[in-house]
Design a protein around this ligand. Sequence first.
Ligand code: AMP
Ligand code: MG
Length: 322
Amino acid sequence: MPNLITEELAFERLLAGGVVAVPTETVYGLACLAESADAVARVFKIKNRPSDNPLICHFHSVSQISAYVQPLSETEKILFDHFSPGPLSLLLRLNENSPLYPATRSGRTVVVRIPAHPVFLSLLKKINKPIAAPSANTSGRYSAVNTQMVLEDVGALTDGILEGGECVNGIESTIVEVSDKQVTILRPGVIGPDDLQDVLQSNEIDVPVRYGTTEQTTPGTKYKHYAPKTKIREITSPDQFSSDKRVVFISTDEYTSRIQNVHTLSLGSLQYPRQIASALYQTMFKLDQLHADEALIFLPEINNKHWQITIRNRLNKMLSSS
Ligand code: AMP
Ligand code: MG
């Protein structure tokens, strides 16, 4: 792949204000210096991202984060302690006149994460500056979970792609906001409410973990997102699919295996909800490569509340019209 670059080159290009696609344990990110207005502007341009949608910022440690935000609460410290590095992002209040303003769109908050992917984490340590890195896809499209997917989408517009293999989770981080009264999940993701609640309880923090209401969602969640280029519609029963050579049927193993003589794509077995989540974007990528007229998706109820909510969240955004 012509656009693949070494870690050394990624380091040099990022530091010089470039834009590089980087691997994380959730999905690939489109990275740049969070404090550079020019670099951030390029990320917005490459993604064709609405300008009111702030960029998530990545750090190598809690002490690095602390220099940019208001003092962390006990609960925030505990969550960082337990889940970082890893796929948990926190919405925090910025210090006055924060240098992160290009990435945060001059807002008072920032969403931060310390990623666990060894390649990206080592790059963050070396650069020692906050790195903004939204998902490496055109706005509205599914996230990329390998370098081939990055290349087929925004890759050629970047200053290089850093190889880090297939993303182990294949779906985005959980974003939470912490208050004295509760921990609110603003975007469902890899880490579920029970994981969070268990950690709080074992540290004698007696606050509930709740999913946020729609008014509380992060700006990005109001837009259509995660969609393939191919037209896709949801059906509420597998019987609504009638065989047509130009239409692809997407579902889980339990249902795709029943259908003969048409193109089917399986998200995996209902027995493994986590794998369904991590197969979602790759399945949409495979769909686009088939150049079909249309796809119909049937998603059966998943017998695990956290994964049901997370996968539904992505699917609803994918199918929404705005
Ligand atoms: P992505 O842009 O795909 O990486 O997803 C990151 C999500 O975090 C988007 O939905 C953003 O809207 C959200 N986000 C990033 N920064 C902030 C912030 N300062 N306040 C609220 N939401 C944010
Ligand atoms: Mg995204």
